[in-house]
Design a protein around this ligand. Structure first.
Ligand SMILES: [Zn+2]
Length: 169
């Protein structure tokens, strides 16, 4: 039995990997994912569907997406708070008007007024500690009640995300 299912997985893997041509439509199976048609992409250019920092597909990780405006008013979109921290702390990019996707309504909301649920059992994006944001405190509390984690405001969630970068080895 085991051998059969392994073979099946291999065959499926080969089929899905389709000659090096990534097929975003088949990547919509994660908790973070939304169909491409439901993902609001605010940045422009050839690679607009990918995280500005790590290149991951934005719709696939949409429920943890963030977006920001740079000083020259170009927009950037990120898969996660982790990549926002990377841009801000490592690349020293000035980010204005930071927004985050409300994991409930899937709309971009101001990150500074969002309620983050940090450390729930739902998968993390680019981090070991998951972070999902909500516009309404009661939505964040309901999420934390269902899946665990702590409700906190942006700067505390940001602080937790910076720990991804200070971890040794
Ligand atoms: Zn990223």
């Amino acid at each position: 039995m085991k051998r059969i299912s392994l073979t099946l997985l291999l065959v499926l893997g080969v089929l899905l990997s389709g000659c090096g041509n990534p097929a975003p439509k088949q990547m919509g199976e994660r908790f973070q994912s939304v169909p491409q048609s439901k993902a609001k992409i605010v940045q422009k250019g050839e690679h607009k569907d990918s995280c500005a920092i790590c290149g991951m597909h934005l719709a696939t990780f949409y429920k943890t997406n963030h977006a920001a405006t740079l000083r020259d008013s170009t927009k950037r979109q990120y898969c996660s708070l982790h990549c926002v921290v990377h841009d801000n702390e490592i690349n020293k990019t000035d980010l204005i008007n930071l927004k985050v996707v409300d994991a409930k309504t899937l709309k971009f909301i101001p990150a500074l007024s969002a309620y983050y649920v940090v450390g729930s059992s739902k998968p993390a994006t680019m981090s070991r500690v998951s972070k999902y944001a909500f516009a309404k405190k009661k939505d964040a509390e309901a999420f934390a009640k269902a899946y665990g984690g702590k409700v906190m405001k942006f700067y505390d969630a940001y602080e937790v995300a910076t720990k991804d970068f200070t971890r040794r080895r």
